[in-house]
Write a protein that binds this ligand. Structure first.
Ligand SMILES: *[C@@H]1O[C@H](CO)[C@@H](O)[C@H](O)[C@H]1NC(C)=O
Ligand SMILES: *[C@@H]1O[C@H](CO)[C@@H](O)[C@H](O)[C@H]1NC(C)=O
Ligand SMILES: *[C@@H]1O[C@H](CO)[C@@H](O)[C@H](O)[C@H]1NC(C)=O
Length: 149
């Protein structure tokens, strides 16, 4: 009777770790100026390198009403910039697994935008956990390279 309970607790701890945040936007940093129409590199890192089965990643962008009032990306990602697999890898000299993505910044009006990521994945454990996770970052759209980076 004791053993199944311990097994249950371990599965719960694993589930908690998995269902927590597993991805993060390593770059660009929050409030980076990005030029409308230009290509930027999004570096998406992985916090817990689980042996997960990836079911796909979506990245989108949408305008904020102000820098402090951005939409909740779990309610909608806005204009889609990427949809496809997430296959993070470890690269020599780096502290975490990541994947770089090149996305084109749409021609939105200058001002704050919410860049959001949704990731659906599956971890084969005793509980077979399917999970959808989100992360987001506020960027600032500018119209020309003089204001950008
Ligand atoms: C952005 O990347 C796309 C696809 O790689 C390319 O076709 C396009 O020319 C690039 N645009 C700019 C402004 O560099
Ligand atoms: C990913 O992008 C970053 C920033 O642009 C760059 O420093 C790094 O070398 C890239 N990594 C790979 C594997 O291309
Ligand atoms: C979006 O980012 C903010 C700031 O990092 C965070 O507080 C919020 O929980 C994030 N929302 C989602 C859905 O991840």
């Amino acid at each position: 009777m004791f053993k199944p309970f311990v097994k249950f607790l371990c599965a719960m701890a694993l589930a908690k770790a998995i269902l927590g945040q597993n991805i993060f936007i390593a770059s660009p940093v929050v409030h980076t100026n990005v030029v409308a129409g230009s290509n930027i590199t999004i570096q998406l890192g992985e916090i817990n390198p689980f042996d997960m089965r990836d079911f796909g990643l979506l990245m989108g962008i949408q305008a904020c009403t102000s820098a402090s009032a951005c939409p909740d990306v779990s309610h909608g990602l806005g204009q889609l910039l990427y949809s496809g697999p997430f296959t993070p890898a470890w690269h020599e000299g780096d502290k975490y697994n990541y994947q770089n993505f090149t996305v084109t910044v749409p021609s939105l009006p200058s001002g704050p935008v919410e860049f959001g990521v949704a990731h659906f994945f599956f971890v084969e454990a005793s509980f077979n956990i399917a999970s959808l996770e989100f992360t987001n970052i506020t960027l600032n759209i500018v119209s020309s390279a003089e204001d950008g980076y």
